[in-house]
Design a binder for this molecule. Sequence first.
Ligand SMILES: C[S@@+](CC[C@H](N)C(=O)[O-])C[C@H]1O[C@@H](n2cnc3c(N)ncnc32)[C@H](O)[C@@H]1O
Length: 218
Amino acid sequence: MQPKDWLDRWQMSQIGFHQSEVNCYLRRYLNQFNLKPGDRIFLPLCGKSHDIAWLAEQGYEVIGIELASIAIEAFFNEFELQYQQFESDRFILRKSGNIMLLEGDYFDLQAEDIEGCRLVFDRAALIAIDEANRARYCRHLRDITAPGTDMLLVTLDYDQSVMSGPPFAVSQQEVLQHYQPDYQIDFLEQQDVVDEQPHWREKGLSVLLETACRLSRR
Ligand SMILES: C[S@@+](CC[C@H](N)C(=O)[O-])C[C@H]1O[C@@H](n2cnc3c(N)ncnc32)[C@H](O)[C@@H]1O
């Protein structure tokens, strides 16, 4: 997947990954991270997710990065939020209250862009990255976040020979491989979600495992 492929998907409204409600693992496990109101939460590859608005409503400062202007503008429009727009050398920034969404490439982020961030919420970000770039994605996340920045990660795993991604299959073993050197990893919950969308079985999958993990940065 090249950036243009994602932009095309947004252009053609091919956004089956978008959830029309707040992510269930975020609701269930956020309180495990001992955050305080005003703490900053980073959502890589954020789309127009309802999680952004929900976290902001809980009193957190939310920063997201997303390639597609369509997604970012749709987010503000759908939640009826007025925003201010700025430009930096690398991003277009749109800000409304305690929400800041950066339009641009995740790989261009620098530590200063998400300074002070206490938690990363990765839902459908790591699994949106193809295998060739996944180690780079994880290294970059470690490089731009400070020690002490924990993460709630939601992944999917399935037989990649049956269906090509995205979403790409990321096993628990692969999560350990990328993140164990820098994080203590706890697998919180795993469920088979193959019946949540009819097209998974139509594509030939019989099992689609969704896993929520808590990563505590060493
Ligand atoms: C599978 S979607 C997940 C969106 C969101 N996390 C959610 O839960 O709905 C992946 C998103 O990442 C964006 N994206 C892909 N590569 C990116 C990159 N290098 N930098 C920023 N955004 C990217 C895509 O445009 C897409 O909206």
